[in-house]
Design a protein around this ligand. Structure first.
Ligand SMILES: Nc1ncnc2c1ncn2[C@@H]1O[C@H](COP(=O)(O)OP(=O)(O)OP(=O)(O)O)[C@@H](O)[C@H]1O
Ligand SMILES: [Mg+2]
Length: 270
């Protein structure tokens, strides 16, 4: 069937900051079209893992292959050429430029791929929804804000814009770091639906870090759980919620938090 190498293959990937091992010998594989969640407590190493697999942070040891090519070092541009795009936990948009110009910036970035790429694959293979800035803005629901400076849109819209900028590079692998942080329950559900839709319609794989585990587990097909830099689980949501190690390290607290806030709401309305 499909003999293509995995989009991403990390083996014993390790990132150290002085004496701290932020990512500790993590093995992980992401295949085409997958929708994978990453969860874990604050400081578990989730963002650092993203930094390492997007060329933002040089791994201390271990190996990394993107579509079969071995990459190391800080070479975000090389990762982007191979189809890896990401959002940042704190959105990075060009605030003085318009929303549309921000997306155009991503398109320009995509255009810097080696010629043969564009000639043989990209332009013809580009999903219709990613053909230009306006089609991307329509997909992420920001058409009405196209002319506004990015500084003038809400933080939630800036997160969407950052996703749009990442999509404009026509990725094969989209890494989303807490894009639903600070959103209301309804907005988190909308974000989850957008994420599924991107995966389903744009021929890409998505890896999604989020603390809103209830929503995340409902939508992803596989979950990687990090704890103190180590991968402690890599399984379906149904398996992960029953995993004693995961409950102890993370889900126990999250579930208590969620049920106590529900309890508070009931108390408040009683
Ligand atoms: N540039 C850095 N220099 C030193 N330590 C760092 C650096 N970046 C992250 N760390 C440390 O590495 C550990 C992992 O941090 P990381 O940001 O990857 O966690 P996280 O799982 O994304 O947490 P959160 O859920 O709070 O976003 C933490 O102890 C953090 O303080
Ligand atoms: Mg983080």
């Amino acid at each position: 069937m499909n003999n293509a190498p995995p989009l991403l293959e990390a083996s014993a990937l390790t990132v150290r900051f002085g004496g701290l091992v932020a990512v500790d010998a993590v093995d992980a594989v992401i295949r085409e079209g997958e929708l994978v969640g990453i969860i874990g407590p604050n400081g578990a190493g989730k963002t650092t893992f993203f930094n390492a697999i997007s060329g933002v942070q040089t791994p201390s040891s271990g190996t990394l292959r993107v579509r079969g090519r071995r990459l190391g070092g800080r070479s975000a541009h090389r990762f982007a050429q191979l189809g890896v795009a990401r959002s940042f936990q704190t959105p990075r948009v060009f605030k003085e430029f318009s929303v549309r110009e921000n997306v155009r910036f991503g398109l320009k970035f995509a255009g810097k791929r080696p010629r043969k790429w564009i000639f043989w694959g990209d332009e013809r293979g580009v999903p219709w929804a990613l053909r230009d800035a306006d089609s991307i803005l329509a997909l992420i629901g920001l058409s009405a804000q196209a002319e506004l400076p990015a500084a003038a849109i809400t933080p939630a819209q800036q997160r969407l814009l950052e996703i749009g900028m990442a999509l404009a590079t026509r990725p094969k692998l989209l890494l989303l770091d807490e894009v639903a942080a600070g959103l209301t329950e309804a907005e988190i559900e909308d974000m989850a639906r957008l994420i599924r839709r991107m995966r389903d319609e744009l021929d890409l794989a998505v890896v999604w870090i989020e603390h809103a585990v209830g929503t995340l587990l409902k939508h992803v097909e596989r979950v990687i759980v990090l704890h103190q830099g180590r991968k402690i689980a890599d399984a379906t949501p149904a398996e992960v919620v029953r995993d004693a190690g995961v409950i102890e390290a993370y889900l126990g607290d999250e579930m208590i938090d969620e049920s106590s806030s529900e309890f508070d709401r009931e108390e408040a309305t009683a």
